[in-house]
Design a protein around this ligand. Structure first.
Ligand SMILES: O=P(O)(O)OC[C@@H](O)[C@@H](O)c1c[nH]c2ccccc12
Length: 259
């Protein structure tokens, strides 16, 4: 199963990174950065309208290389100009061709809140995210124990980071709702077989309290897709491939915003 592989390579990578920059040093750096008023970020997604998270993604295990040309700074700048609510930056190198440096560089150029998109399995990665300029981190319920989920949520909160807690099905959602979750993501992609089903988001929205904003993730291609999600009470969409392949991202974001 791909998630198992991702956890394995990530564990290995983080061990190597810890040998480069020790936790204590990274922690010191992260702790001295200002703490943003983090609760306001998740609440923003409860405001009327469909909120957009644009993703900066070079490649993925399901699609391979998505774009050959990958001017990540330019893409992030364009997303910001189009007024997206947040920008998701893939930092996982082995399967997504991501890099922490993309996040670091983008954070120096844009003010839009940034989501570190990675397979968080160690507190070290949360300190890294903070140090690299992220405002949000991804916590994938499927790869975390109850203890880890609780601890990472607490750490994120302390550092002023908003956690996007990702679930794929009812049982994961149940586990997420046992915790103090402020922002929920429902992945429409099944990471076992890569099948995508927008109904996943539509179905799970009814099981999520209205005061918790929900983001539909993956496989959103058309404004009709986005409209269906919005009409079901979904607060935001996370769009990667469709935006990455678009030659007019600004126009497309504009269209997604007014569905
Ligand atoms: O490119 P898409 O189909 O629009 O999907 C974006 C995003 O949802 C997807 O990249 C994603 C959702 N959850 C993840 C977890 C890790 C890595 C990537 C992801």
């Amino acid at each position: 199963m791909i998630l198992d592989d991702l956890v394995k390579v990530t564990t290995k990578r983080i061990a190597a990174e810890k040998a480069q920059i020790p936790l204590s040093k990274l922690q010191a750096k992260a702790e001295q950065l200002p703490v943003q008023k983090h609760s306001s970020l998740s609440k923003r997604f409860l405001q009327p309208g469909l909120h957009i998270i644009g993703e900066v993604k070079h490649s993925s295990p399901s699609k391979g290389t998505i774009v050959n040309d990958f001017p990540y700074l330019q893409i992030a700048t364009e997303y910001q100009a189009a007024n997206v609510d947040a920008i998701s930056v893939l930092t996982e190198p082995d399967y997504f061709k991501g890099d922490l440096k993309y996040l670091q560089e983008i954070s120096k150029q844009v003010r839009t809140p940034l989501l570190r998109k990675d397979f968080t399995i160690d507190p070290y990665m949360i300190y890294q995210a903070k140090s690299a300029g992220a405002s949000l981190i991804l916590l994938i319920v499927a790869i975390l124990s109850e203890r880890q989920l609780a601890d990472y949520l607490k750490l994120a909160k302390r550092l002023g980071l908003t956690a996007l807690v990702e679930v794929h099905d009812e049982s994961e959602l149940k586990r997420a709702l046992n915790q103090e979750v402020e922002l929920l993501g429902v992945n429409n992609r099944n990471l076992n077989d890569f099948s995508v089903d927008l109904n996943n988001s539509l179905r799970l929205r009814n099981l999520i309290p209205q005061d918790i904003p929900m983001i539909a993730e993956s496989g959103i291609k058309t404004t009709a897709d986005a409209k269906k999600l919005k009409d079901a009470g979904i607060n935001g969409v996370l769009i990667g491939e469709t935006l990455m392949r678009s030659t007019d991202k600004t126009e497309l974001i504009k269209q997604f915003k007014v569905v």
